[in-house]
Design a protein around this ligand. Structure first.
Ligand code: RAT
Ligand code: ZN
Length: 416
């Protein structure tokens, strides 16, 4: 009944982690009935923008030329350069191997065409079922962008995602570059001005209201630059204050802030060209303090922001820290962040999201993360045993369920 030894503890933690169904709270995956929006298979896996950035370091071709090639050719090139000409040691490179291995391929072959052919045997829905089963995931939160015409068509036609896929309403242009949103809002029939005056406030409110009704999102979200400030005199800050926050409050959904992505540091790299910057999190403290009835899911991209974000979460229960985002999703940093979070917040945070853009990536993103979480938990529980605390398997199951699933659902106020 009670856990008696450290080997038994390790085995228990590993077993519990292996069996706990996961809710992946932020991905770029789509319900399989959303057509080509859902990416999967070998060519998508290899042309992930993390790998494009890495291959360009070895290459003398221009990004422009690379992107002009058919996807399969891009994938072959990345395989040749990053996997065959050099050993694939980076996290994103290793991730491809973990994924292919998890899908049951023999990596001794190194035969991309064989893997490619095997995967094209399945339909999207079959592959979704298989990957979710392999990764032990039962709920996926998508990133749903009403400014994207392909995606918009699905929702406007009254489409409903598969029950395991949940919507998150992504509104970057409104709070990042309002001027860019204006023509699109007008084209969609919302009568807005170039500035954030009364007519715009009214139009954006209606836009948000309509899209919340259409998507039924679990939260509203935006990626914000390192320079994000609130309050501020910019149109973006006005839209946030007068439209976004009231819409979240009325719908009873959190606002997710992903802070610190510096867009297109190298524009030629396109989707692989974004960078990172340190953010002043006093704006998050202001929001949490002045809007106590609004909940904020918060993640920051800079490693230097992590400690202060944890301190901030200690002060505000309407702030939920989540994930090791993008450039932080590397073992050395995940280990540090997760230990720091457990030591300062106990179990009251959401340790990870996958950010997967390609379905198959779920396999590696979660396998790699769980190996680290296992070490962190074993170390923390060991300290409890050494202090004479009694531990039961059911308590470990409860804790792991909170981390990988329940903390999120409790925070968004829904149950599954
Ligand atoms: O992690 C990523 O793939 C990034 O490109 C971004 O999509 C980021 O996660 C975001 O949601 O903006
Ligand atoms: Zn993302």
């Amino acid at each position: 009944m009670f856990i008696r030894s450290i080997p038994e503890l390790r085995e228990t933690v590993q077993e519990v982690l292996a069996h706990q169904p996961i809710t992946d709270i932020h991905t770029h995956l789509y319900s399989p009935n959303m057509g080509n929006l859902l990416l999967w298979g070998v060519d998508e896996l290899l042309t992930y923008h993390y790998l494009v950035a890495e291959v360009m370091r070895w290459s003398d071709i221009s990004p422009h030329e690379f992107y002009s090639w058919p996807k399969q050719h891009q994938a072959d090139y990345i395989w040749q350069v990053l996997f065959l000409n050099h050993s694939p040691l980076s996290e994103a490179q290793r991730g491809v191997l973990t994924t292919l291995q998890g899908l049951g391929f023999d990596l001794e072959d190194r035969d991309l065409n064989k893997y490619r052919a095997a995967l094209t045997q399945s339909t999207a829905i079959e592959h979704v079922e298989r990957v979710l089963r392999l990764a032990h995931i039962d709920h996926i939160v998508m990133t749903n962008d009403p400014f994207d015409s392909l995606e918009r068509a699905f929702w406007q036609a009254g489409g409903k995602p598969n029950p395991r896929f949940h919507a998150a309403l992504r509104i970057d242009p409104l709070v990042r570059a309002y001027g860019q949103a204006v023509p699109q809002l007008r084209a969609l029939g919302y009568d807005v001005d170039d500035d954030a005056g009364e007519r715009s406030i009214e139009g954006v409110r209606r836009f948000l209201h309509d899209w919340i009704a259409r998507m039924n999102p679990l939260y509203m979200a935006a990626s914000l630059p390192p320079t994000f400030r609130f309050p501020d005199y910019t149109p973006e800050a006005t839209i946030l204050r007068r439209c976004v926050l009231p819409a979240c409050r009325e719908a009873g959904i959190p606002f997710a802030m992903m802070i610190g992505a510096e867009r297109l540091v190298n524009p030629a790299l396109g989707p692989a060209g974004d960078g990172v910057g340190w953010a002043d999190l006093s704006s998050v403290a202001y929001l949490a303090r002045e809007y106590p009835d609004t909940k904020f899911l918060v993640t920051a991209l800079s490693r230097e922001n992590q400690h202060e974000l944890i301190v901030l979460a200690r002060k505000f229960r309407n702030v939920m820290v989540f994930g090791c985002w993008w450039f932080l999703n590397n073992p050395v940093i995940i280990d540090e962040m997760t230990r720091m979070r457990v030591e300062m917040l106990g179990l009251s945070f959401i340790p990870q999201h996958s950010d997967a853009r390609v379905l198959d990536q779920l396999i590696y993103k979660w396998a790699h993360f769980k190996a680290i979480l296992s070490d962190v938990l074993v170390d923390q529980y060991t300290a409890l045993l050494q202090a004479g605390w009694r531990l039961e398997r059911a308590e470990i199951e409860r804790d792991v369920a909170d981390l990988l699933c329940n903390n999120f659902w409790r925070f968004v106020g829904k149950s599954v």
